[in-house]
Design a protein around this ligand. Structure first.
Ligand code: ATP
Ligand code: MG
Length: 466
């Protein structure tokens, strides 16, 4: 694919062991392959002006400055990178002093955000090894190996070995435009392999989110996981339960809102990771024949919209993911005697509060999500003024889209979706005719495909809903 680049790749691979084995580490020999500019296809045209500005200013101030991570990986794969991460030997304070438009963020992992309009360049100081006689306030690890803080500064080689995957440890130098490869990342890019740097068990224990990142990159790049990187995931999946829900929310957005949601979802299910993020949804998928399909359809639609550069909202996706548990809990509430609407409200409340213990959902998404659920109850009611109130509801469109997915997934008999498709764009006259027709034959009224849906657990319910 890249001429000079491929030639470079054919040079015999150096032993990775010396990088991680005690010998190499003790001797401190820098094991780096430097790929000169003429032997790789990455040029400054791959990078934004903002990213270059940050690199040059650091360089001119006498610091080392590299682009690292996703942007180099993506550029080597022939994709245009969208966000840029800079690594430097300057401390966060030194970086901040160089850029007026910057601020230091994060405690667990201190970095500097340099802002140019809407673009943010992330600048990180080289990390060293945690735990070497450093004070707790810079690096901290829990008894089971979870890295609580990681703010020990180091050199570029140490920094490379702290990164997650070999393909994410490639550095582009602004001094001579060469690429520095510390972990045979270029070889893995060529072989389309995702490989953790170092011992997989240790690296997953340090940060279980790396399991999610593995799946995300595999789906996005169409890479496979190296056997040793893949092997521990199933067993280690429950470590995700230690991760703060707010961090998992950010990760979930990256997993599902980056245009590869379906593939990512299937991998998450395959490795038992999905159930750690959405336990009740995972249980519902085991019991309700349509619940998994509903999520796939929602992700297909999200992926399509992202590729067409149309807007997407996580509220819709969360509504689909959690709909299975809502339906189950609503049935339980109805079996206890609650009428349908309060039963749905109680169910929504329960599902949301359980979910927030795992992945947080900010109010700006959970409120519209609940509206989408409420409207599922209202869409079948097509009499009188109600139908116009439903039509005018700000979440009507999302709720209608969800109704179509429910029919598509086989939860509901088809019909109601089509009715709304026609009704929403009809003129007054046509609308009156459609409403009359509903009175005569309320076919396709949002009836569940499986009539046994209600009172599964309590066959002799007495809630009197005629
Ligand atoms: P993309 O931006 O396309 O999602 P990326 O690889 O740039 O991919 P970022 O989250 O932007 O991902 O992180 C930038 C770099 O920081 C990564 O490439 C990796 O080298 C390092 N990194 C990020 N998260 C971790 C982590 N949890 N453990 C170790 N290294 C990490
Ligand atoms: Mg990035």
């Amino acid at each position: 694919m890249f001429k000079g680049f491929t030639r470079f790749l054919q040079s015999p691979g150096e032993s990775l062991k010396s990088l991680f084995g005690t010998e190499g580490a003790a001797a401190g020999t820098p094991e780096v392959r430097v790929i000169p500019r003429e032997d790789h296809p990455v040029s400054r045209q791959h990078f934004s002006d903002a990213a270059l500005k940050v690199l040059y200013r650091l360089h001119n101030a006498g610091h080392e400055a590299y682009l690292v991570g996703g942007c180099i990986r993506d550029a080597l794969l022939g994709r245009m990178p969208k966000d840029f991460d800079v690594a430097t030997d300057a401390t966060p304070e030194e970086v901040k002093a160089l850029f007026r438009n910057s601020r230091i963020i994060g405690r667990r992992f201190r970095i500097v955000h340099v802002r140019f309009g809407r673009e943010v360049i992330e600048v990180t100081t080289f990390r060293g090894k945690p735990g070497d006689d450093h004070a707790d306030h810079i690096a901290q690890q829990s008894d089971d190996g979870l890295l609580l803080r990681d703010n020990v500064w180091g050199d570029i080689q140490e920094d490379a070995l702290r990164r997650d995957f070999t393909i994410n440890a490639l550095y582009y130098s602004i001094a001579d435009f060469s690429i520095h490869d510390f972990a045979d990342g270029v070889r893995d890019i060529e072989a389309r392999t995702l490989r953790l740097i170092g011992d997989p068990d240790t690296r997953y224990r340090e940060d279980p989110v790396r399991m999610l990142r593995a799946v995300r990159f595999a789906a996005k790049l169409d890479f496979h996981l190296a056997p040793a990187t893949e092997a521990p995931i199933h067993e280690f999946a429950p470590l995700l339960l230690q991760i703060p829900p707010a961090r998992l929310f950010d990760e979930v957005l990256k997993l599902f809102m980056a245009g590869h949601g379906v593939a990512t979802f299937q991998l998450l299910r395959h490795y038992g990771l999905f159930d750690m993020l959405f336990p009740e949804a995972g249980e519902a998928m085991a019991e309700l024949p349509w619940a998994e399909r509903l999520v796939e359809l929602a992700l297909e639609s999200t992926d399509r919209r992202i590729h067409e550069e149309r807007p997407v909202t996580p509220a819709f996706l969360f509504a689909a993911i959690l709909w299975g548990p809502v339906v189950q809990r609503q049935a339980e509430q109805e079996a206890r005697g609650l009428p349908a609407i309060p039963a749905l409200q109680a169910a929504s409340q329960q599902v949301v509060s359980r979910q927030l213990q795992h992945v947080s959902i900010p109010k700006r998404f959970s409120l519209p999500m609940r509206d989408i659920w409420d409207l599922q109850q209202r869409l079948p009611l097509r009499r009188g003024r109600r139908v116009f109130q439903t039509r005018e509801h700000p979440r009507f469109r999302a709720a209608y889209d969800m109704l179509l997915l429910r029919e598509g997934a086989g939860e509901l008999e088809p019909g109601l979706g089509d009715w709304w498709t026609v009704f929403q764009d009809a003129d007054e006259h046509e609308q009156a005719r459609l409403l009359d027709k509903v009175g005569a034959h309320p076919a396709g009224s949002g009836t569940p495909k499986r009539k046994r849906r209600r009172r599964r657990r309590k066959p002799r319910g007495g809630n009197g809903d005629a």
